[in-house]
Ligand binder design. Structure first.
Ligand code: 5AD
Ligand code: SF4
Length: 438
């Protein structure tokens, strides 16, 4: 979502006459779009913006802007550590960014805007950020969250759930398709709660609408909350060819006691049942998840239950995080916080364990055929690369399950869908050979 938001902010700056440069030390304006999900992300934002306090170009320092979730969370407090900061632009203030820029140029300083907005700002920019893939783009469909998981700062910084107008979403995707985009990822803190057009368009309905856009070959989405994973959505995953056979379904913990104290509103058994329903409808579906390790009061047995869950489900990919206490959240005040060392040890044990599962899953692809959307040239040469003629390049793409597959070709172009036979599996990627018919 921050990539998408940064694109909007970059577009607004472009409209105001700015252009992007590669050396921030030479910039007239430095904007940092921030993430508050964990303490580390917030610290990175502070230290990045802190670098520009003393920078001087022709006797003046650049205008500095803190945008996004840390801005929303910190408000005036941001000036304590960053006295030179010019603008604190909250998550719902993008529509007023241009006006604030004008005010800064007229000499105003230390502007804070963390006011709410009723609607999500419609300021889509067609240009991808430098370094981001052009053929695969994110599209925000809803923002905010009202689930209030006890560890999570999102409801406090992204506000109430708001859904974008379905027609605005489709129009945006049509524009992206016309500019060559082939894959889109629909984004929201909880896409299953999407309720467009005053509640008349559900998320499953939206998937059907988006799948009709010519030129878009693949649709992905994130994130789904297990408690809201409807049968309608499972049916849509099964029925709509363009929707990738992949679901990201954050479980957070395998222990019922922890899930309860996280306020996740489902238990381990319900999660298993949802996975079974998914696998029954879509047998080869790829699954990924998020996990938090070291939640306050997590015992050795709670942690073991998370490891058991990993073994039982065999996810294709796992994003695991060490618990980080966040302001405003109830869990930050729970008395039984774990020490950093224990959290770190458990996180490493979990990641090692999952790596073996991922490797096993990757090996199970060997001999199978997969279709990838070609994203570009591989940054480094892998085993198996043979330069058959002067046009042979090593390229990479992603399959439905979002796995990176490298291959050699003298014909493939970015944006092509290419069928490959998997020859070799590595811990983090696969190697394939182009099937003759392609
Ligand atoms: N500490 C650690 N991880 C967190 N997440 C959310 N809040 C926290 C926190 N306080 C993780 C969750 C979520 C992902 C986006 O970030 O796993 O799904
Ligand atoms: Fe945070 Fe997701 Fe829970 Fe909402 S559902 S509070 S975004 S973890």
């Amino acid at each position: 979502m921050n990539v998408y938001d940064s694109q909007i902010l970059a577009g607004l700056l472009q409209n105001a006459g700015y252009e992007q440069i590669h050396d921030p030390n030479l910039a007239d304006l430095v904007l940092c779009n921030t993430c508050a999900i964990r303490h580390k992300a917030q610290e990175k934002a502070y230290s990045f913006l802190g670098r520009f306090a003393g920078t001087r170009i022709k006797g003046k320092r650049p205008l500095t802007v803190m945008a996004g979730c840390v801005a929303q969370k910190e408000k005036e407090k941001a000036f304590v550590r960053l006295p030179h900061l010019d603008l604190v632009l909250g998550t719902q203030a993008f529509g007023r960014f241009a006006a604030h820029l004008n005010a800064l140029i007229s000499g105003e300083t230390r502007i804070v805007d963390t006011e709410p907005s009723e609607n999500i700002f419609e300021g889509f920019s067609k240009d991808a950020l430098p370094g981001k893939v052009q053929i695969s783009r994110f599209v925000t469909i809803m923002q905010g969250c009202e689930n209030f998981c006890t560890y999570c700062v999102v409801p406090y910084v992204r506000g109430k759930e708001r859904s974008r107008d379905p027609f605005a979403i489709v129009e945006e995707i049509e524009g992206l398709a016309a500019s060559g985009v082939r894959e889109i990822t629909l984004l929201g803190q909880n896409v299953n709660s999407y309720a467009g057009n005053n509640g008349q368009v559900s998320f499953a309905d939206l998937l059907h609408l988006v799948s009709k856009v010519d030129g878009i070959e693949r649709i992905r989405f994130a994130t789904s909350h297990p408690k809201d994973l409807s049968n309608d959505l499972i049916q849509a995953l099964k029925d709509i060819d363009k929707v990738c056979n992949h679901l990201h379904l954050p479980v957070q913990s395998g222990s019922n006691d922890i899930l309860k104290r996280m306020n996740r509103k489902y238990d381990r058994d319900t999660y298993f049942k949802r996975i079974s329903a998914l696998r029954q409808a879509c047998p080869d579906i790829a699954l990924s998840t998020d996990l938090i390790v070291g939640f306050p009061g997590e015992t050795v047995s709670d942690f073991q239950q998370t490891m058991d869950l990993l073994e039982a489900v065999e996810f294709d990919a796992v994003f695991a995080f060490s618990y980080s206490a966040r302001s405003f959240t109830p869990a930050a005040k729970f008395s039984n916080q774990l020490d950093e060392q224990t959290k770190k040890e458990r996180l490493n044990a979990l990641l090692d364990f999952q790596e073996k599962i991922t490797e096993k899953k990757n090996k199970s692809f060997v001999g199978k055929k997969v279709t990838v959307l070609v994203e570009g040239d591989s940054p480094k040469t892998r085993d198996g690369f043979v330069k058959k003629n002067k046009n042979t390049r090593q390229m990479f793409g992603r399959n439905d399950a979002n796995k990176i597959v490298h291959f050699a070709s003298d014909r493939a172009a970015i944006g092509d869908l290419v069928t490959l036979e998997i020859i070799n599996a590595y811990p983090h990627s696969l190697w394939g050979e182009v099937c003759e018919s392609d």
